[in-house]
Design a binder for this molecule. Structure first.
Ligand code: C2E
Ligand code: CA
Ligand code: CA
Length: 634
């Protein structure tokens, strides 16, 4: 409220000053004529040469003041509010001096013997004072003092004149003065109201801009504001950097504890970031994505600042009864030359993409090679679109066998795709791109149908393992889609195994758990893929509705030489036994690995040692050969 009042007071001073710069030149011209007439009058009455000599300098002085104010009005000024306020006060004091001057003139006419000259002078003074008062209406106390001092003195002179006409005229004069005073007051009121509404409009405009430029949740600048500042920085032409920081582990918090808790985490993360020194402008540019604009910073300085901000974000949180940790990854891009600003955030995003693909907590500085990667990804995405339309995806199947008997238990379906220009693209490259491009369902639908049809050619006891991606798992109705495709192909759900990764589950715990539970309810088996590469603890594993765990190749690789890896695999196998989960070792390439696995109690295996991924027809041959072998050994 106080702030609003002071804003208004300041705006009023500015407008009063502006109005004054426009009216004061006219006031001085008025005075200039008045002074000339008065000097002439004094000369006439007293024959004093002084009056004649005084005229030109007085005229020059007033003309100079008129000129000064007119120039000020035309050219504008950069006076502070305080200076404008002081000048307004000076004008008011000058007006008081004017009052005294006018009063003296009015009273001097008293001594005149000639009533004609006396009244002419009086009328001239009063007309001049009214003109000045009207001009000065935006400074009411100055205008009113001039008006009333002259009116009172003139009325006094008229009353003393003993001339009945002048005495009657004095009554009229008072009425005129009241009317002018009223006019002045009304004009000033209108002026005040105008200033008031202009201040209100300006305030609303600023509030609207603020609203459009800030993020409502964290109070940080938003993307629009960030981009505006970025352009302003680029216009200065000195090196600066943009760091885009993305929170890791925020989504599971949001999913598990709800948006109110998620919002509190974001607010807290934003608060911590704000506390970081040197971090420059911090903006929230996406759900859990923040950007720093760091002036005068090259890539390495920006990275170290980003690291310190990330360290703050990564400290433990204890909010609304939830204790958790957040991580962060960061991409940095440096502005070097005009034009860079248009792609800086995009480049920082490319670097961020790379950082996320590396390690948690990584900071990557943009390099041209990343742009090539991004271009390659864009080419792949475009190719995927065409491939979906042309149904150009193929499948290979890799068997999973019982280690003790060598009996095939299932085949894992693995996607294959060849890009017209780029050649064979591995699935762990094109699947994430299909996810990002919103094509994953289109890609997987066809694959699942093909896989299910192939599985229908296998014996009853052989199951189909199929990889489900994170986005796909999180989609509403994903389970229903899968089940209806299986039904269309005639594959019973009990012969279907969904392979899901822990990172996929963690990216959206609530939705993925819903999909998994719905699948399980229909009899589908669920396997946790790549176990050991994620961050889940054994206890978290117990919470998930699983049937099977696939031990990642990285452990299997070291199982023979590395005692630690062997004991980890041993522990996983034991835990699976206790949780009643079956256990599959992935990526078995050597016979000794298979022996170790058997010793550790692992029941099933998959890998190049057993078979490389094969075509549909090859699966049938493989099954025929194996069933013969199994029969023989039995
Ligand atoms: P994954 O699910 O872990 O699949 C196993 C990968 O390991 C396959 O690679 C397979 O060819 C390879 N592999 C199997 N045995 C060995 C071995 O003894 N040595 C070595 N070095 N590698 C072995 P691939 O086919 O390139 O698939 C890579 C990943 O792409 C898969 O990892 C899976 O996560 C994903 N993927 C494949 N097909 C699909 C699909 O249809 N949908 C989804 N969502 N993901 C898929
Ligand atoms: Ca898999
Ligand atoms: Ca795997």
């Amino acid at each position: 409220m106080e702030k609003q009042q002071s804003d208004f007071d300041d705006a009023l001073v500015v407008e009063q000053f502006n109005a004054m710069t426009r009216s004061i030149p006219i006031v001085f011209v008025n005075l200039l004529f008045m002074t000339t007439v008065f000097c002439w009058f004094v000369y006439e009455q007293t024959s004093s040469r002084l009056a004649l000599w005084a005229t030109p300098p007085l005229m020059a002085a007033q003309a100079a003041r008129a000129f000064y104010w007119r120039r000020l009005g035309r050219r504008g000024h950069d006076f502070s509010i305080e200076k404008q306020r002081r000048m307004l006060r000076t004008v008011w004091i000058m007006c008081l001096a004017l009052c005294v001057g006018f009063s003296v003139i009015a009273l001097l006419t008293l001594s005149l013997p000639d009533i004609f000259i006396q009244s002419t002078m009086s009328i001239l003074t009063i007309a001049c004072s009214i003109a000045i008062a009207l001009q000065m209406f935006t400074v009411p106390r100055a205008a009113l003092s001039v008006l009333w001092s002259v009116t009172i003195c003139t009325v006094f002179v008229f009353l003393r004149s003993e001339n009945s006409i002048l005495i009657a005229a004095s009554a009229a004069l008072i009425v005129v003065a009241f009317a002018v005073a009223r006019l002045l007051r009304d004009n000033f009121d209108t002026f005040r109201k105008l200033v008031h509404s202009r201040v209100d409009v300006e305030r609303m405009r600023t509030a609207a801009i603020d609203l459009a430029m800030t993020d409502a949740l964290t109070g940080l600048p938003n993307r629009r504001m960030f981009e505006m500042k970025l352009r302003a920085c680029a216009a200065q032409g000195t090196e600066f950097s943009v760091a885009v920081i993305d929170l890791d582990g925020f989504k599971p918090i949001n999913d598990l504890y709800g948006h109110a808790v998620g919002d509190r985490f974001l607010e807290e993360a934003a608060r911590r970031m704000r506390e970081a020194r040197d971090a420059g402008l911090i903006a929230r540019i996406g759900g859990d994505e923040f950007a720093l604009l760091i002036e005068n910073a090259d890539g390495s300085r920006a990275s170290s600042i980003a690291r310190s901000v990330m360290a703050r974000i990564s400290a433990p949180y204890e909010l609304l009864g939830v204790s958790a940790k957040l991580g962060a990854s960061c991409g940095v891009a440096v502005w070097k030359e005009p034009g860079d600003e248009n792609r800086l955030v995009e480049r920082a995003d490319m670097a961020l993409y790379e950082a996320k693909a590396r390690d948690r907590g990584a900071v990557v500085i943009f390099a041209a090679a990343l742009e090539d990667d991004a271009q390659r990804r864009a080419m792949i995405a475009a190719g995927l679109r065409e491939a979906v339309a042309a149904d150009a995806f193929e499948l290979r199947f890799q068997p999973i066998v019982d280690i003790a008997t060598g009996e095939p238990k299932s085949f894992e379906a693995l996607a294959r795709w060849r890009h017209a220009e780029l050649g064979q693209i591995p699935p762990n490259v094109f699947i994430p791109i299909a996810e990002q491009a919103g094509l994953i369902e289109a890609v997987t639908d066809g694959l699942l149908r093909k896989a299910a049809r192939t599985a229908m050619r296998w014996p009853e006891q052989i199951a189909l393992s199929f990889n489900l991606s994170a986005i796909q798992l999180a989609r509403l109705g994903a389970a229903q889609n899968i089940l209806s495709t299986l039904a269309e192909c005639g594959l019973p759900p009990r012969r279907f195994e969904a392979e899901v990764t822990e990172t996929a589950i963690m990216s959206d715990v609530v939705s993925t758990t819903a999909t998994i539970s719905a699948l399980k309810l229909s009899g589908v088996q669920v396997a946790l893929d790549d176990f050991g590469t994620g961050y889940s603890s054994f206890s978290e594993l117990c919470e998930l509705p699983l049937d099977k765990v696939k031990i990642d190749k990285s452990f299997v690789d070291k199982i023979c030489g590395d005692a630690r890896a062997a004991s980890i695999v041993g522990a996983i196998v034991k835990m699976c036994g206790e949780l009643d989960l079956s256990c599959v070792a992935e990526g078995v390439e050597r016979a000794e690995q298979l022996e170790c696995l058997e010793r550790l109690g692992c029941a099933r295996a998959q890998g190049y040692l057993i078979a490389r991924p094969m075509t549909e027809d090859e699966t049938l041959a493989f099954l025929a050969e194996r069933s013969g072998a199994v029969r023989k050994s039995a």
